[in-house]
Design a protein around this ligand. Structure first.
Ligand code: PBG
Length: 352
């Protein structure tokens, strides 16, 4: 259709005519008209709020590198936080847990009484099936070495053992399913992680538990504040042998295609902002696949830091960013801004 119209009108304007007949600004004069013709929408039902818990904590602990967020103990304060979010219209949560003890294998990750499992049980007991609970599946917060898989010395340096690591992910996923999660979210960028988890969940009788895969997760500097919170930086080496190279766009299509084939229900791009092109490319290639984008800790902290210095208007910058992620093609936005953005949207304080 478009091609035919283009051929019809050599000006390339598809027979629209041009100035002064056409004045695009007419649609920008009135706030409600702008709303009528706005292409991207934002609604708290699209948000996933990351939530942090820590085993053995006595009281909620404010997180300096994620202002406005806390680490919660496994008690009523966590339940209260989640139920308050539910009231604000944020209904989906991504759980990150820290154990009190780590070992080489990260065995607390799949311990039936590990902090993630206990947190899920607590939420289910107190709030039933109302919150949609996603749980991160990885080893970096559970291992002494801080890698997302098992490192091994080789002549070419430290290698991460892919296949042993995905066995651990599969075991972790099953234990989280037993505790009552809706979705597991493998974030370690091991090959075959989705297939291994899908098979294990199905074999254990959890075919209804879904997988949101961190499909295109880049080796990014934007994770700094998160690693500070989780104390999950690798103690040696880095993550470049398993996370994606920031220079690559098309490779993300391959990662997503593989994850979808392995049974991922939702795929994800992470971080969001420096990778809006990747989000858009994936949406175009797989329009039927639910796509999440993770607006990560460093992106969040940059907004907070710039606003604190008075260089930017916090609320409008935040919404501009969240809309840009939706405009690029993400269906779901995982963001530390979820609660404050939900409040603004509910009050109709959209600055566009
Ligand atoms: C761990 C993991 C990371 C994040 C979520 N899960 C970071 C990493 O690779 O170290 C980052 C989240 C954020 O920065 O907000 N596999």
């Amino acid at each position: 259709m478009v091609e035919a119209a283009q051929r019809f009108n050599s000006s390339g304007l598809w027979g629209l005519g041009s100035f002064p007949v056409v004045r695009p600004r007419r649609l920008r004069l009135h706030r409600y008209v702008r709303g009528l013709v706005a292409e991207a929408s934002l609604d708290p039902s699209r948000f996933i709020l990351p939530v942090f818990v820590e085993e053995g904590l006595k009281a909620p602990r404010p997180l300096a590198s994620l202002p406005g967020h806390m680490k919660y103990p496994l008690d009523g304060s966590l339940v209260e936080y989640v139920s308050k979010a539910l009231e604000e219209g944020v209904r989906a949560f991504l759980l990150f847990a820290s154990p009190s003890l780590r070992d080489f294998r990260g065995s607390k990750a799949w311990d039936p009484h590990g902090p993630a499992q206990e947190a899920v049980r607590l939420l289910r007991r107190e709030l039933g099936w109302e919150p949609v609970v996603f749980a991160d599946v990885c080893l970096c917060g559970y291992t002494e070495h801080g890698h997302c898989g098992y490192p091994r010395e080789t002549p070419r340096g430290v290698m991460i053992e892919n296949d042993a690591s995905i066995d651990a992910y599969a075991r972790t996923a099953v234990s989280l399913a037993e505790a009552g999660v809706d979705f597991v979210a493998p974030s370690g960028m091991m090959d075959g992680q989705v297939a291994a988890i899908r098979r294990a969940l199905d074999e254990a009788g959890y075919s209804e538990v879904g997988i949101m895969s961190y499909s295109a997760k880049y080796a990014s500097s934007f994770y700094g504040p998160f690693r500070d919170v989780m104390d999950s930086s690798p103690r040696f080496g880095d993550r470049r042998s398993y996370q994606m190279d920031p220079r690559n766009r098309m490779e993300a299509l391959k990662e997503v295609a593989l994850d979808l084939q392995e049974g991922a229900d939702i795929v994800m791009v992470k971080p969001a902002l420096s990778y809006l092109d990747v989000i858009s490319e994936i949406k175009k290639a797989f329009p039927w696949a639910p796509l999440a984008a993770y607006n990560v800790s460093g992106e969040y902290l940059m907004v907070k830091a710039a606003a604190e210095r008075g260089y930017v208007d916090h609320d409008s910058l935040m919404l501009e960013i969240l809309y840009s992620i939706r405009r690029a093609g993400a269906d779901i936005v995982i963001t530390y801004h979820a609660l404050e953005a939900a409040r603004l949207l509910r009050e109709g304080r959209v600055p566009f």
